[in-house]
Design a binder for this molecule. Structure first.
Ligand SMILES: *[C@@H]1O[C@H](CO)[C@@H](O)[C@H](O)[C@H]1NC(C)=O
Length: 407
């Protein structure tokens, strides 16, 4: 090898290094591809404090603490899992999570690498994905959906147990005092654990399915012995041999991409109601499901199927949409008529302001009502379709799914 070509080679290597360094500097380590302030604070509660309580302050926390600790910053990427998935990255990065994030942001699309697995659990989380939509659930929330992202934005508020996107049912006599709740009970608060018992969660590409025995939302004061470990227990009278976890399963199946509509996903809620369910109330009320969104989804609309437009929220019997004020991010729900219900299906929507952005939330839900069927065991199964995207994407998706599945 001549001297010249050796110099040439060194020069090329030097240029390549310089370029890669320049490239690395151009990477935004808090890019929404790897970091969302709501997901981050919902999953790492210790982040929020008196002084750290804005998305900007939380972002600084991520840059200075979360990245190097290997914490998950978004529902669609986890540095630790990214490294664990690829032997060459394990070799190159070990536990240098900062370098792994730089690598992901620079090369994941050209190298067709994924930041998460959609076929197995990683550190207590399951994720499925299709067409740029990611849906995640966790052991913390009893397998209930605690993350939904589209276009790199977190939609779900998972500040404490009982928000999320989840199934719940109650009797309208005892309301919250007989209220099995998929994502956990009120005493689970913001803890990492839940009184919901997970039987199993399966993920496979774009399909998530689970079966759990849900926690009762509020526990009941025991008839004997000392008080329950949670103060809320004092609010509920003892009845029906009630304990912390419901005796029957909740089963759900979510499929992203349905009826050839890419930005539509199907949510099938399957409630088992039986045995000791109270017989003396007016209705079994089933949220199929309830959805708690982040502080940004402050606008609510009713979808008008005849004009195909979003109108001001006014009708509980027409599909509901929640959106950000700029209409860039929206989620709509439609549930076909003709399902097993004693009252026409109901869409409800509320906004709850709180002391910090991460716990401020808006809720909408799809509710079915059944009169008690007696003491036998019965399954109630309801299909709801969600449309996600910009407000325009959502209205056109709602039109398509209502045409494809009129009942
Ligand atoms: C409903 O859930 C039960 C278990 O809880 C299961 O045996 C049954 O197959 C489910 N039905 C449907 C249609 O998914």
């Amino acid at each position: 090898m001549s001297k010249i070509s050796r110099y040439m080679k060194m020069f090329v290597v030097w240029i390549a290094l310089l370029m890669s360094v320049t490239h690395v500097e151009a990477v935004d380590l808090a890019s929404p591809e790897v970091f969302d302030p709501v997901f981050y604070s919902n999953n790492h509660h210790q982040v929020i404090s008196h002084s750290v309580n804005t998305p900007e302050a939380v972002k600084q926390h991520w840059l200075t603490h979360g990245i190097d600790a290997g914490w998950q910053g978004s529902g669609q990427f986890h540095s630790k899992e990214y490294i664990a998935r690829y032997p060459d990255l394990q070799k190159a990065f070990g536990n240098n999570y900062r370098a792994a994030i730089q690598h992901y942001l620079t090369f994941h699309s050209s190298e067709h690498r994924n930041g998460l697995s959609t076929s197995q659990n990683f550190e207590g989380r399951w994720t499925v994905s299709n067409h740029g939509i990611y849906i995640g659930s966790s052991t913390r929330t009893g397998g209930a959906v605690d993350s939904l992202t589209w276009n790199n934005k977190e939609f779900i508020n998972s500040w404490d147990h009982g928000r999320q996107m989840q199934m719940a049912c109650n009797t309208n006599k005892y309301t919250e005092c007989y209220n099995p709740t998929e994502a956990g009970g009120v005493c689970d608060a913001a803890l990492q654990t839940t009184h919901t018992h997970i039987d199993w969660v399966h993920v496979h590409g774009n399909v998530m399915e689970s079966m759990v025995h849900p926690a009762f939302w509020k526990p009941v004061k025991p008839t004997s012995g000392t008080h329950h470990d949670c103060n809320y227990g004092r609010l509920c009278p003892a009845h029906h041999g009630y304990h912390t976890t419901y005796d029957y399963p909740f089963h759900k199946k979510i499929t992203i991409g349905t009826h050839e509509i890419n930005n539509c996903f199907e949510f099938v809620s399957n409630f088992t109601i039986g045995g000791n369910w109270p017989q003396d109330e007016l209705f079994i009320q089933m949220e199929s499901p309830a959805v708690y969104l982040t502080y940004e989804f402050s606008k609510q609309f009713t979808f008008n199927p005849s004009t195909r437009l979003a109108a001001n929220y006014h009708d509980k019997h027409l599909p509901v949409i929640r959106s950000t004020p700029d209409h860039n991010y929206a989620l709509g729900a439609y549930t076909p008529t003709g399902q097993d219900t004693d009252i026409h299906e109901n869409y409800d929507s509320h906004f709850y302001k709180s002391s910090n952005f991460a716990s401020t939330t808006s809720k909408f839900n799809v509710i079915f009502y059944k009169r008690p069927h007696g003491t036998g065991v019965h399954q109630y199964i309801y299909r709801t379709y969600f449309c996600i995207g910009t407000l325009n994407d959502v209205t056109s998706c709602l039109h398509q799914i209502m045409t494809a599945v009129p009942k």
